[in-house]
Design a protein around this ligand. Structure first.
Ligand SMILES: [Zn+2]
Length: 185
């Protein structure tokens, strides 16, 4: 988990690139390895994830956030992933007195997904209460890369609001993944 730049606001707002002509600068792709920098205009929904699944995903991340074990940072985070079977798996951050041994919410959600048989991440939600939108930390972006695609949406959320929606390729451009290795699962 990581704190992002945007402060939580009840009013949707365009990102900093508002006013810039995006065509020609940004392209979209469903394949890794091609230009995948997406537009940075805040989107309220992703067509590939039906509204009911978005709501269930957000609810799961928010509930997971309430279960977080964060006695040191006091920064609870909940995450949820939607797999290829339509199942949702969630996790929360679990801190440790030996700080580096703490685990991120996204890692816990992915572990739950794998345990249940899921192997593809169709969507992700990350919820926090810290007053800023939370996006996955660098390590978790790579963990999500193992199971997600460049267009996999990552929803940010507070307990009551939905924040900016990013794609995995936006958060982890020019990435390395299973498709770079022979015998990709
Ligand atoms: Zn993380």
């Amino acid at each position: 988990m990581r704190k992002s730049d945007g402060m939580i606001s009840s009013k949707p707002k365009l990102a900093h690139c508002k006013g810039i002509t995006l065509s020609g600068l940004y392209t979209k792709s469903k394949k890794w390895g091609e230009p995948v920098i997406m537009d940075c205009i805040m989107r309220s929904s992703i067509p590939s994830v039906p509204g009911n699944e978005q709501k269930a995903l957000l609810d799961a991340a928010r509930h997971a956030c309430t279960q977080a074990y964060a006695p040191y940072s006091h920064f609870p985070v909940g995450a949820a992933v939607l797999d290829e079977h339509g199942h949702i798996h969630s996790g929360c951050n679990v801190e440790n007195a030996a700080y580096p041994q703490g685990a991120c919410a996204e890692a816990a959600a992915l572990a739950a997904m794998v345990l249940a048989g899921g192997r593809q991440v169709r969507a992700v939600a990350v919820a926090g209460t810290g007053g800023q939108w939370i996006t996955p930390c660098g390590g978790c972006r790579q963990r999500l890369r193992e199971f997600g695609g460049p267009d996999t949406p990552i929803f940010t959320a507070s307990p009551t609001e939905v924040g900016p929606i990013h794609t995995l390729a936006e958060l982890l451009p020019h990435s390395f993944g299973p498709d770079h290795l022979p015998g990709t699962p």
